[in-house]
Design a protein around this ligand. Structure first.
Ligand code: PCA
Length: 201
């Protein structure tokens, strides 16, 4: 089995993104499955083009995308992606779509094919905070989760795909009062546990 694991680059004025930091530190094999790592730009549309090219090149069985969700206190596998771009802030290319469909002819929403409850149980069993999330937001993360599902619906029917948001790193919250964070070591442990659940489920 081969998993393509993607991580977003820093955005919104941050100098780091725990997503790509953690993805880069994942082992090359988890529970016997091959792990291919990919950095993706925090840009509407281009993030999906980069992932599509990697799917074509690597032919993964599973795509798991990771993004930062500042304010969350847990590793949160996402249930659903919705057909909406609504940026609170511009992306890294200066684009800020508001109230726009991602795919005008696409479904209103797609559910993940990943075993998100088993992933959450694995994260919790590793001694880390994990919860199912029922909203990936309306920014670039939801956009990428939706676009990969749209690719599955239109081009890669055998693919299973999903998304997981992770908290800020401690270094990102030094000046943010009452803001939760999780260490990079714990991010890597939690993502590894979640991937093992995908592989063995
Ligand atoms: N988080 C943003 C986009 C990139 C990232 O890591 C989001 O939640 O939409």
């Amino acid at each position: 089995m081969k998993l393509l694991v993607t991580g977003f680059d820093p955005f919104g004025g941050e100098t780091t993104n725990p997503a790509i930091e953690a993805v880069n530190q994942l082992p090359d094999k988890i529970a016997g499955a091959d792990i291919v790592k990919l950095e993706v730009p925090t840009e509407f549309n281009r993030c999906a083009e980069v992932v599509r090219a990697a799917i074509l090149a690597e032919q993964p069985n599973v795509v798991l995308s990771i993004g930062q969700a500042g304010g969350r206190a847990a590793l949160t596998p996402e249930l659903v992606a919705i057909n909406l771009n609504d940026g609170r802030i511009p992306d890294n290319a200066g684009q800020q779509p508001v109230d726009q469909p991602i795919q005008p002819a696409g479904a209103a929403a797609y559910f993940t094919q990943l075993p998100i409850k088993a992933m959450v149980r694995a994260i919790q069993t590793a001694g880390l905070p994990g919860q199912v999330s029922t909203t990936a937001g309306t920014y670039v993360c939801n956009h990428l989760m939706y676009q990969v599902q749209y690719l599955r619906a239109t081009e890669f029917p055998a693919l299973r795909a999903g998304f997981m948001h992770i908290p800020f790193l401690p270094s990102q919250v030094t000046d943010k009062p009452n803001m939760p964070s999780l260490s990079l070591v714990d991010d890597v442990r939690g993502i590894t546990a979640a991937i093992a659940a995908i592989v063995t489920e």
